[in-house]
Write a protein that binds this ligand. Structure first.
Ligand code: BES
Ligand code: ZN
Length: 462
């Protein structure tokens, strides 16, 4: 292993300049104007796979953005890892809040700044470099490896489920590996064993059939912005609990063991509030911050618009108001069931003065992965070797919708080995990745692939 680690150490500059190329492609999956860029990015990924020594590289078309596949199957008798990641990124707006342009990766201090640097191109690239290091130094990998890198994760992985169903044999493996999450904190590596799910809704409230003069008509009709604001305000009670009827029915309670384990983690509410610039934290009564983040469901208004928002004043009583609302879900909630409950609830609370339409945009299921599996044990050892510290076990508040499908369709458990940090501004201006974690991630990935066969031998094998 020494020669591989020193190969990594002596290639750092090259890694950064290549990663900058990957990050320069604006593969924003949700914006049609970027469709050509997103395809170009899939091609970049395919080329990179070929360059590092992966075989049978293929770009699969879907009704949306392509899935890039490759494999290296030269280790008979050794476990097969299915690595999953995504090459698409979130939109960059508000652009004016970026210190440097989002698609011109820039190093400042100990970080590399660009859209996708942490979520998830930087983390996918970590694995390309781990593979390359093995191939260059040993001519082979210690495990069999299949990779699928998709282009629609940030829009709910709409077509990936069908892709997995259509390619069961091609994707057969022993476990799934994903690097698309964060470590607990800088210098505190962790293995993640839980993700929340998601149900994303859009609401359209219509009042009068056209925009009205707010003087001539104001006072005679219910302003749709006001009606929408009243409805949204009623979605939480005074204890921070969600009022949607039936919302908590399937929530799996936290176990005593988990609650005790979370209490032992190095966490400070005051520091957290200070970092976020809030005077006081807010959340569901009766739960700690980590519990609220990882194991309790939430409802957030992501955006709200309507009426006049341009420069200066315009006196108008608008015809329409809109909002986007997402709910993060925990086991054993189901995204479609929750979307339905939300729709019913919203129709129930809608005042007669306005017309309300509720649309479900996309969803994903929550996931818990077993922590006593050989894959997770190999990941823990790899983190220990890569970062020199024993890792913690944690859950995450974010979602990776395909994790549950990998279990349902392929019967595979997932190892979540994340190298981001919680404060790296994923989905926000100035997204970045910490360079120590980036290089530590390459070392850890190398150790993971190297350790896995030993753990697999000792553990269960289906
Ligand atoms: N990398 C994130 C998921 C994540 C975030 C894991 C934070 C752990 C911690 C992923 O790319 C993501 O953002 N997913 C979306 C999924 C959604 C669009 C269905 C999310 O969580 O909003
Ligand atoms: Zn993301």
């Amino acid at each position: 292993m020494n020669e591989i680690i020193s190969f990594i150490d002596s290639n750092k500059e090259r890694y950064l300049s290549e990663l900058k190329e990957f990050l320069a492609i604006p593969s924003v999956s949700s914006i049609k104007e970027h469709n050509a860029d997103t395809r170009k990015c899939a091609e970049w990924v395919a080329n990179q796979m070929r360059t590092v020594g992966m075989q049978n590289v293929r770009i699969f078309e879907t009704p949306g953005h392509p899935v890039v596949y490759s494999e290296w199957m030269g280790a008979p008798g050794k476990p097969t890892v299915l690595f999953y990641g995504h090459y698409d990124v979130q939109p960059v707006d508000p652009l004016n809040l970026w210190t440097s342009p989002p698609f011109e990766a820039t190093i400042r201090g100990e970080n590399l700044y660009a859209r996708g640097s942490a979520d998830d191109k930087g983390q996918v690239y970590i694995h390309f470099k781990a593979i390359e290091a093995f191939m260059k130094q040993q001519g082979k990998l210690p495990v069999n490896l299949k990779m699928i890198i998709e282009g629609e994760e940030e829009v709910g992985s709409e077509h990936l489920e069908q892709f997995v169903k259509d390619h069961r044999d091609l994707l057969s493996a022993d476990l799934v590996l994903i690097s698309d999450s964060s470590m607990f904190a800088k210098g505190v590596p962790s293995v993640c064993y839980g993700l929340r799910g998601l149900a994303y809704m859009e609401i359209e409230v219509t009042g009068p059939n056209r925009d009205l003069h707010s003087g001539s008509f104001g006072g005679s009709v219910h302003n749709p912005i006001q009606a929408l604001a009243e409805m949204i305000a009623s979605l939480h009670d005074k204890n921070g609990r969600i009022t949607v009827k039936g919302f908590y029915r399937d929530v799996r309670p936290l176990t005593k063991k988990e609650r005790a384990a979370y209490k032992k983690l190095p966490w400070n509410d005051k520091q957290y509030a200070k970092d976020l610039g809030v005077a006081k934290l807010y959340g569901e009564k009766g739960f700690t911050t980590l519990e609220r983040l990882w194991a309790r469901p939430t409802l957030e208004c992501n955006g709200i618009w309507g009426g006049y928002t341009g420069e200066g004043a315009k006196t108008v009583l608008p015809s329409k108001a809109f909002a986007k609302i997402s709910m993060r879900l925990v086991p054993d909630q189901n995204s479609q069931k929750i979307a339905k409950l939300f729709q019913q609830h919203f129709q129930r609370i809608a005042p007669k003065t306005v017309h309300v339409k509720v649309k479900a945009l996309h969803g994903g299921e929550p996931a818990i992965t077993p922590i006593d599996s050989p894959g997770v044990q190999a990941a823990a050892t790899a983190l220990e070797k890569g970062f020199g510290k024993t890792p913690l076990y944690q859950r995450e508040g974010g979602s990776i919708p395909i994790v549950v499908q990998f279990k349902k369709i392929l019967g595979l458990d997932t190892v979540l080995l994340g190298f981001g940090l919680p404060d790296e501004n994923a989905h926000a201006p100035d997204e970045h990745i910490n360079l120590d974690n980036f290089f530590g991630g390459i070392r850890t990935s190398v150790h993971f692939y190297n350790e896995l066969p030993g753990y697999w031998g000792k553990g269960k094998r289906k």
